[in-house]
Structure formats: C-alpha cells, structure tokens
Ligand binder design. Structure first.
Ligand SMILES: C[S@@+](CC[C@H](N)C(=O)[O-])C[C@H]1O[C@@H](n2cnc3c(N)ncnc32)[C@H](O)[C@@H]1O
Length: 700
C-alpha cells in the first residue's frame, strides 16, 4: 500500500513568535477568543498597573502581555495563515513540536525521510496488551500480533536514529520477556543499554494473586555499538550541602584517607599499606622518614591494620596538588584526609522510587488539574517521563524526541518542562490515533505551553520571565488520511461477473476467497487511478485535491481536502525554511510572425488572477537546497509554461544559479534544465517524485 496523505496541517503559534502587525486580526477572531476562554480561562485574568486584564473585546495589548498564548491557525482563513507563515520565515527552525493525528505506522513512514538519523530519543509507552481490547485478536495470536505491531514500529523508527540515540520502551510484566527479546533482535545485544525499574504504583496492585505489583520497566537500547551517554542526575540539596568548603576550583569536603569495609586489609591490597611521615611543626609530608616527623600507619579505631585509599604514587600526586591534609583529633589520633570535590551529579540507578513517579497522583491527577477531569485512562507520571528523557537525552538539550504512542501527551509536556528548566530546544514529535488527540493531547499542549501550573482546569498562576521566553513557539498539527479514508475512497471498477463470483457462498467460505481477493488483488487492480491511491492528473489544481471521507458511524461521506504541499514536503524529507503566501497573476498573450506565443506586456499580480503560484523552500535530508513550485494549470499548456517562465524570471530565479540544487514544479514545463554533478536533473517534475515516493514503502 501507499503512504498516507496529509489531509490537514494547522499551526499553533505563540503570540511571541508572531509579528505585531497580525495582532489586531487575531484579537478580533471570535473562535480563537472562545477557545482561549474555554481552555485557558483568559476571562479570569485581571490586569494591574502594568499589564492589561481581559476585556470582552480582546486587544493587541492583551496579546502582547500574554506572549505564550498559542494562536491556532484552524480558526483563521487560509489567506491569513499563509500570510502569517510567510511572515514567520524559518518555519522548521521555529517549530518546537509536531503532533500527528493518525496511525503510527503511517506517520512513521511519512516522517522518516525528514528525520533520517536525527531523532535523539524514541520514548514509547505502548498499550501493555493486558486490556480487554486485545481479546479482539484470536488468543493464540495475541502475543504474536502485539509483537508484530511493536516490531514494525521499532523497525520503522530505526532509520531515524543515530549512534548517540536512545530508545526507551515502557512495559509491565505481562509482555516484558517478549519485548526484551524483540528489542534485542532489532538492536542486537551490543545495543542493550540497560533496564530500569520504576515504582509507578506505590500502593501495589491489590488484585494480584501473589505479589502486589508496584513497578513497571523501561528497556533502553541504542543502535548496535551505540555511543549513547547517560546524563547524571544533579546532586540532591542535602548531598550538595555536605561539600561545605570552597577553594578556587569549587566546593569540596575532606574525607578519611583510610579505606575500611571490603578489600581493605594489607593482605588484600599490599600496595596500599605504607607509612606516611608528617612533621606537625613544618607541615611537611613525606613517604620516607625524616627528622621531626611522626609515622602514621593505616590503623582503624580498633587498632587493626587497614590500607590507604591510594597507592604511594597516587598519594604523592594528591600531596603535590595540596589535596591531602593531616590533623590530630581530640583523642590524640592522627588522621590523614583526602580532598573530595563535589560531583557534577550521580549516575542514575536502575531502580527508581520517588513520589513523583506515582502514575495515579502525577499522571491521572495531573490531568484532572489540567482539565478538571482525567479524560484519558493510563497516563504516565509526568516526573517519570521527564526523568527518563532527562537521562536518555544525555547532555544534548536540543534533540528530537519521538513518541508514537503519545496518549495524553505526557512526553510533549515533559519536553516543554525540560526546556523551560534549562532553556534547551528539545523538540517533540508525537503520534496518536485515538479521538482524545483532540480532547486531551492537543489541548494539553496548548494549556501547558500557556503556563505550567494548573488547578481544577484553570491556570494556577501565569508564566513569566525566562520561563515564558522558553515556552514553545510553534507546534505543527498534522492529520493523516486513515485506512478507512483510503477504503472509502477506492473508486471500484468491478465487472458484473467479478461481483457475482465474490457474492457467491463459496467466496466467504473457509479458505476466505473474498478476503484474499480483497487484500491481494482488489487494491492493486481495481483501483488504478483512484484518488485515494494517487491520481496525479488532479495535480493541475494543487489546492483542490480531495478525498471522499466517510463520517464515522454513518454512510454519509464528505470531501476532504488533501494537503498536497505538506504531503510532498514530508515525502522528500524537506526541512522547511520558507512557505510563501500564494501569488496570483493575469496575463495576456499574442503570437509573433513565426506563430510563437508571447506574453503581451507583463504578468499582472492581481487578487483574482488566473495563474496561481505558491513556493516552498528548504533543504532535503541529503542536504540539497530545494525550491518547490506549485502552480495551477489552466489546461492551455503553452500559456501555462509561458507564464511559468515569466514568473520564474520575475522572481529572480534561474535554473543556472546556485541558490538551489533542486527545483520541483508540477505540470510539464519548459524550464531550462541542467544536470547536477551527481547526475540528477536540477528541474524535476513533482508528479514523478510524488508517485515514486508515495509508493516507496520498502522496509515497512
Ligand atoms: C499506554 S498509552 C500511552 C500513554 C502515554 N504515555 C501518556 O502518558 O499519556 C498508549 C497509546 O497508544 C495509542 N495507540 C495504540 N496503537 C496505536 C497506533 N497504531 N497508532 C497510534 N496510536 C496508537 C493508544 O491510543 C494509546 O493512547
């Protein structure tokens, strides 16, 4: 099957990232106003001497005072949105998150060219396969089916990883063994980084038969031979307080140079048993006896022979760096002390127990704080997700985090929190297929982008200062065509004989002729040219490509616009720099003495112009600077191409110059073509690559 179309693209853009010239239009938009009242309770914001409070007619000043409000372009007409995108400029650079509403395999297959080797962390919390829903599968296939789905997802995400990336997968006991083996089969034993156990339900499951389960696992893997580094947790305040002395290097404390505990006898460590000589008057320290020196041996409080922490050469290095101190205790005993500098942090352990990891109080109850009700069944604790991302992202504070089982969006929330804490630019890529994408996930991202703290569905204080500046600037929302959409769109061309055969009793019998036919043959043969598969003839008007989508639970269908421009960007893996607003032109023509068609006068840019152009520029995943030109074709090829040539020159473009390595255009054209050093035509037909890449599902 082919990849899926993007059927809708909207942007949620922080007021701070929007030029002020747009504020009055935004302030006048009723739908946006209503959403902010309903989701963010802006009508309860009081003003003070310096900041304007809420007024029924919103003002640009109010917007300016609340720069973290996200403006959702779905409330605005397409002209406004395209003007806004044009004005914002470097689109992908400003995008802090992308939300995909659709099946995860479809989203992964669409996004993987764009994010090839770029995703720093894949964090997933798949359904644990313990719910009633999984009984839909035949029992003996249950584990196998679940594993196949998981494996397909991981394999599809793998090309997006690089040698530093970490994959973390949450699971409980039910599928733990299977999952662990599955991940090892994909990443190899050299990719295994570790397994974490988190206490997620401190009270324990009361309905368990034997032990009351209170934990879940996270398996961490990297690519075979991974170079992933774990990030240390910062020291706790109490631990840091013990380092009470400070020198020019930093905080430190003194610790006993005497080793006690395991492996601390001279028999076990003969090289570390030696006398130290010290002259209390001159404070000189040596390893050989000298006049006025006392001898200090490593003896414990019971007078037993122990060893020092270091061998003589290493002791001597510490002495030369003034990192050894010798003092006499009240009991008269001489103590040798070694400097202990404060650590940058502590290596995370493999078992985590903390109130913040409790899924009930920091997952479900957190959703209640955000929405007044939970609205979603099994959210992870925000603290657990935050800490898993913190340690797996290493020192990198600007990586991509992918979660293709996004649920209520805890991963997005955690990324927003982490960025607010340290000013990082981590980006979240979330995929969710269920309806609560619109009732929980998206509104949650809007809410926590606005302000971090919530109570009873309303803000509990407003974000300010650094934290406001570090809030998300732009979140892109992509909706994908679903399987149902595809099936409802297949325009069948079945002969009467074929239909009769399929309706016969045998067809539905044991060997499932009908089923096999539908799966293997029908999609391939009967649907050639059907729009849901891809009808490139319809590219003559790129704004009018439609799918007929059936409404859930009814036979009614509606035509859904397909976002060809966005779909193509993903297909070629474009990092988008600029999306221009459409331009329209009118033109007049004449023929010269040799009957050649010429433009009569110049192209005239007019609002109702017949000739429509829209461009996207950016860089493909293999680094080619690319210009994509979309145009509407009038059906008069000669005129269309003349207008294209004139428009192309008018824009200051030339196929010969080096601004772009690739230029895509829809519809046959006469643009001067050149071969690039790697034997590719510089000017390429959108339809050709669209078709090739849409059906390029190798490895999926
Ligand atoms: C256990 S939940 C994830 C919860 C999430 N970690 C949170 O804290 O909210 C798993 C999610 O995966 C989604 N899901 C399952 N199969 C999917 C698929 N094929 N495509 C997209 N989402 C899927 C489910 O709808 C569910 O929301």
């Amino acid at each position: 099957m082919k990849k899926k179309f993007v059927v809708e693209t909207t942007y949620c853009i922080a007021v701070a990232a929007i030029p002020e010239a747009f504020y009055s239009d935004i302030a006048r938009n009723d739908a946006q106003h209503d959403e902010w009242v309903q989701l963010l309770a802006i009508d309860e914001i009081d003003g003070d001497l310096t900041t304007p409070g809420y007024t029924e007619t919103l003002t640009p000043e109010f917007l300016k005072a609340h720069p973290t409000l996200l403006v959702d372009t779905r409330h605005f007409d397409p002209r406004f949105t395209s003007r806004l995108l044009e004005a914002i400029g470097d689109i992908d650079d400003q995008t802090d998150g992308v939300l995909f509403h659709g099946e995860n395999m479809q989203a992964l297959s669409l996004m993987r060219t764009r994010y090839q080797q770029q995703v720093r962390c894949v964090y997933i919390d798949p359904p644990f396969n313990t719910s009633e829903a999984s009984l839909l599968y035949k029992n003996e296939y249950r584990h196998a089916t679940w594993m196949t789905l998981l494996q397909q997802g991981v394999l599809c995400a793998k090309p997006m990883l690089n040698e530093e990336s970490v994959v973390g997968v949450a699971i409980d006991d039910f599928e733990n063994d299977n999952l662990s083996k599955l991940l090892e089969s994909v990443f190899g034993s050299s990719g295994r980084l570790g397994t974490l156990v988190v206490e997620t339900k401190p009270s324990g499951r009361t309905n368990d038969r034997f032990l009351a389960t209170c934990h879940e696992y996270y398996h961490f893997f990297g690519l075979p031979g991974t170079t992933a580094q774990i990030r240390f947790f910062p020291l706790s305040r109490e631990a840091a307080a013990a380092y009470s002395e400070v020198d020019e290097i930093g905080a430190f404390r003194w610790r006993d140079f005497l080793r006690t505990g395991g492996f601390s006898t001279p028999e076990e460590r003969p090289n570390s048993f030696y006398p130290i000589y010290y002259n209390p008057a001159s404070r000189e320290i040596r390893l050989d006896c000298f006049p006025g020196a006392i001898e200090i041996l490593p003896l414990d409080s019971n007078g037993r022979r122990r060893v020092w922490r270091k061998t003589p050469p290493s002791f001597w290095r510490h002495v030369s760096r003034r990192e050894i101190k010798i003092e006499q205790r009240a009991s008269g005993v001489w103590k040798v002390l070694l400097i202990d500098r404060i650590k940058e942090g502590t290596r995370p352990k493999s078992v985590w127990v903390d109130r913040r990891y409790d899924a009930a109080s920091h997952g479900t109850k957190l959703l209640k704080k955000l929405f007044g009700e939970a609205g979603f069944g099994f959210p992870k604790a925000l603290g657990a997700t935050r800490d898993v991302l913190y340690v797996t992202l290493g020192e990198s504070v600007d990586g991509e985090v992918l979660d293709y089982f996004a649920g209520s969006g805890t991963t997005g929330h955690a990324v927003i929190d982490l960025n607010r804490e340290d000013g990082g630019r981590r980006r979240f890529l979330l995929v969710e297929a269920a309806y609560y994408f619109d009732t929980v996930l998206l509104p949650r991202i809007k809410k926590v982008s606005f302000t971090p703290d919530w109570r009873d569905g309303k803000p509990d204080g407003l974000v300010a200062g650094d934290k406001a500046e570090r809030s998300p600037r732009m979140v892109k929302v992509i909706r994908l065509e679903s399987y149902e959409d595809t099936l409802n769109n297949l325009g069948m061309q079945r002969s009467d004989e074929q239909q009769l055969l399929l309706d016969g009793r045998e067809a539905g019998g044991r060997d499932g002729l009908k089923e096999q036919y539908v799966l293997r043959y029908m999609l391939d043969v009967e649907t050639r040219g059907s729009r849901s598969l891809l009808n490139v003839r319809d590219f003559v008007d790129p704004t009018a490509y439609r799918l007929d989508v059936k409404r859930p639970g009814s036979d009614e269908s509606r035509a859904v616009h397909v976002d060809l421009l966005e779909t193509f960007n993903w297909l070629i893996g474009l990092t988008v720099r600029h999306i221009a607003a459409p331009q329209t032109f009118n033109a007049a023509f004449e023929r010269d003495g040799e009957k050649r068609l010429l433009l009569k006068g110049r192209l005239k840019q007019e609002d109702d112009g017949l000739y429509w152009f829209r461009t996207v520029s950016g860089t493909t995943s293999d680094g080619r600077r690319t210009l994509v030109i979309w145009r509407k074709l009038s059906g008069e090829a000669e005129q269309d191409n003349l207008v294209l040539d004139a428009w192309f020159t008018r824009q200051g473009y030339s196929a010969k110059d080096s601004e772009f390595d690739l230029i895509y255009v829809n519809g046959g054209n006469n643009l001067e073509n050149l071969k690039t050093p790697d034997d590719l035509w510089k000017v390429r037909l959108i339809e050709e690559d669209f078709r090739r890449l849409m059906f390029d599902v190798e490895g999926l």
